[in-house]
Design a protein around this ligand. Structure first.
Ligand code: HEC
Length: 107
């Protein structure tokens, strides 16, 4: 079992993001929306399915593309897709993407 400690600074930044832009973000709704992602992504492990397992995504520091894990960069991955991942730019609304991000943070 991998246990990682979340640095306080990261929590502060995430909280600030939450307060500024995502008041309506709802992790429970994000979980429902994640059902369509679950075909390709494990939520309860880092084991690869079609795409990487997303457990601890916001705690691991960097995305596969080398960019730091934050709302802007994760949303950019969702919007653009690529390498086997569908582009969610127009599949999910901005509000739905905020819900999904809120859910991903709980993993
Ligand atoms: C058809 C399969 C598929 C579906 C459906 C899918 N993904 Fe992906 N996803 C992938 C693949 C494959 C990658 C790896 C792409 C790469 O390596 O560039 C990926 C990458 C990612 C990453 C980047 C992970 C990292 O560590 O860099 C995130 C975040 C992500 N997906 C979230 C989602 C979310 C949220 C959904 C649902 C809204 C979703 N994906 C739906 C296949 C999928």
């Amino acid at each position: 079992m991998l246990k990682k400690v979340i640095p306080a600074g990261v929590v502060a930044v995430l909280t600030a993001n939450l307060l500024s832009g995502f008041q309506k973000a709802d992790a429970a709704k994000g979980k429902e929306l994640f059902e369509q992602c679950g075909v390709c992504h494990n939520a309860d492990s880092t084991e690869k399915k079609m795409g990487p397992g997303l457990k601890g995504l916001y705690k691991k520091g960097k995305l596969t593309n080398g960019k730091p894990v934050n709302d802007a960069n994760v949303k950019a991955v969702l919007n653009a897709g690529g390498n086997g991942m569908p582009a969610y730019e127009s599949i999910l609304s901005e509000e739905e993407k905020a819900h999904v991000l809120a859910y991903l943070k709980t993993l």
